[in-house]
Ligand binder design. Structure first.
Ligand SMILES: Cc1cc2nc3c(=O)[nH]c(=O)nc-3n(C[C@H](O)[C@H](O)[C@H](O)COP(=O)(O)OP(=O)(O)OC[C@H]3O[C@@H](n4cnc5c(N)ncnc54)[C@H](O)[C@@H]3O)c2cc1C
Length: 365
């Protein structure tokens, strides 16, 4: 099967490796001049690591990341307990993004990835799908996977009118800095005042990642550092988190990432006869549940298993769509419940309910 994957990000590359496992001849089209990963570190949950084990990179990924016990704290550093939830509901691996995407690109094979290749659209026929590239080139394939992120071109054609919208007022700031003498066990996740969340955690190889997020952030003024620091003070009562404030104050401005959060609306479909969406292209979510990438990696596993189950591509894609849209109806309910929690304790409780649900109901592919 000739499969073209639009987008060489985390989920596109994982999907490429997953489909190679079942014999697909894969071509990844990436618009950027090199494989890269915007972002600092990503938290990967065990359901994502299982697919990495399948494609043979699980041990390498675990080796490049740091295990995190994501206990919750309030703004004064008091631990928030989540009765009824087990330690494993709070444990994930924090992995530096650039190294991860580079490992995945090596696994797929650099010769299978075309760079500077921007998909502009496609034409679907009964016998094939023709993928159109900027500059006029075309690729003929049996299957097209849209893994081209929140502003997906493939989604724009498959589901017209599904443009991503801003999660109004929701911003995230983060950076990876050299580890210092801050608490090695980290302070993730501190749930502060003014709908702010954040903290820091050790990424492997002597580096620490700090992050600050706020719903309803109000007007942004000053440098990125000023903006992040102002919000971080909501996480730092009574001296708790002086080290976070210091870390942000000494981070070079150019090392700070600032994101306005975008959301993909629920879609009327994820697939057609020869086209399927995966990752943020299908379900760009708010990062307050720290699981969009993990769930995108799940997409890759479910798609692989559906396509392996029978020769009829259209039926396989329909099975994939049914399974994923049902799961994402529930993801969205959990995400909304966490977002609208009143106070730190309820936020922690609802977050733990989400991670427990995600892990205990993850597809076994
Ligand atoms: C602040 C923040 C924190 C997060 N934290 C976590 C976390 O801890 N854990 C977690 O699981 N998830 C997390 N997420 C979510 C996670 O980052 C995303 O879900 C994940 O990166 C999506 O991967 P993707 O490959 O689908 O999309 P992307 O990473 O956006 O990749 C899309 C790729 O497609 C390319 N592309 C786009 N358009 C075209 C085109 N027309 N033609 C060719 N190529 C194209 C792009 O250049 C890019 O390389 C977080 C998100 C944010 C914003």
């Amino acid at each position: 099967m000739r499969t073209v994957i639009a987008g060489g990000g985390l989920v596109g590359l994982t999907t490429a490796a997953s489909l190679q496992l079942i014999g697909h001849e894969v071509t990844v089209l990436e618009q950027a001049p090199r494989v890269r990963a915007a972002g600092a570190g990503i938290g990967l949950w065990p359901n994502a690591l299982r697919e990495f084990d399948r494609i043979g990179v699980g041990a390498d990924v675990r080796g490049m990341g740091g295990e995190i016990d994501a206990w919750f704290f309030d703004a004064a550093g008091r631990p928030l307990r989540t009765p009824g939830h087990h330690e494993s509901d709070h444990q994930f691996l924090l992995v530096p993004r650039p190294g991860l995407n580079s490992l995945l690109a090596d696994t797929v094979g650099r010769d299978r990835i075309l760079l500077d290749a921007r998909v502009t659209g496609y034409t679907e026929r009964e016998s094939e799908v023709v993928v159109h590239l900027a500059g006029g080139a075309e690729l003929h394939a049996d299957l097209l996977i849209g893994a081209d992120g929140v502003h997906s071109r493939v989604r724009a054609e498959l589901v017209p009118g599904s443009a991503a919208t801003a999660h109004a007022g929701h911003y995230a700031w983060r950076a990876v800095v050299p580890a210092g003498d801050e608490r090695p066990e980290g302070t993730v996740l501190t749930i502060g005042r003014e709908r702010t969340r954040g903290g820091y955690a050790r990424v492997a190889q002597g580096r620490t990642m700090w992050m600050v997020n706020q719903f309803d952030a109000g007007p942004l003024t000053g440098t990125k550092r000023d903006r992040a620091l102002r919000r971080a003070r909501h996480l730092a009562e009574a001296g708790w988190h002086d080290d976070l404030l210091e870390m942000i104050a000494t981070t070079p401005e150019e090392a700070i990432l600032e994101n306005a959060i975008m959301l993909v609306p629920p879609l009327s479909r994820w697939t057609s006869g020869r086209v399927a969406l995966v990752g943020d292209a299908a379900h760009g979510l708010s990062p307050h549940i720290s699981a969009g990438g993990t769930l995108g990696i799940e997409d890759a596993g479910v798609l692989r298993a559906s396509l392996a189950a029978g020769p009829d591509t259209a039926r396989a894609l329909a099975r994939y769509e049914d399974a994923r849209t049902a799961r994402f109806d529930q993801v969205r309910e959990h995400a909304a419940a966490v977002e609208h929690a009143t106070g730190a304790a309820e936020f922690a409780q609802r977050y733990a309910a989400f991670s427990h649900w995600m892990l205990s109901t993850a597809p076994t592919t």
